[in-house]
Design a protein. Structure first.
Length: 148
């Protein structure tokens, strides 16, 4: 299977005041996934709010999270998606390599888009996630645009 696109996107999630994985995409065994874009946005109200640490990283365990329904994009393909996703960690997964780190103001957001040929690869059976650390609990939404 190739060229089957999907979006993993969360509803609003409260960040809490500790390390929290908001979104994790899991590639099926022996079936890689390419991440074309990831984004996060916050619903803060204070103009003087402390920036939130956002990390795009590999994770080596699933942690405890809620299953997330992936959205095919485009939806005209007959193939079945093999990847899965989860959101809102209640038990944090084990962190692997941190691939990107940003400090994002709590009234804004951030989007990373892969340069031509520069997509991030999730190897078969591996996991990629968006994790935040905030000083104050703020609602956030996170997404990844991917292709298997």
């Amino acid at each position: 299977m190739a060229g089957v696109g999907f979006i993993a996107k969360t509803a609003e999630i409260a960040t809490g005041v500790a390390l929290k994985t908001l979104l994790q995409v899991v590639a099926a065994a022996n079936h890689a996934v390419l991440v074309k874009e990831w984004s996060i946005s916050f619903k803060g109200v204070s103009t003087t709010g402390t920036p939130i640490l956002v990390e795009f990283l590999r994770q080596t365990t699933a942690g405890t999270m809620t299953a997330l329904t992936l959205v095919k994009d485009p939806d005209d393909t007959d193939e079945t998606l093999q990847a899965t996703a989860q959101h809102t960690a209640t038990v944090e997964p084990t962190a692997g390599d941190v691939l990107d780190t940003k400090l994002v103001h709590p009234q804004t957001g951030y989007t990373w888009q892969a340069p031509f040929g520069g997509m991030k690869k999730i190897g078969g059976g591996d996991r990629m996630a968006l994790r935040v650390t905030a000083d104050a609990s703020i609602n956030a939404v996170a997404s990844m645009v991917c292709e298997e």
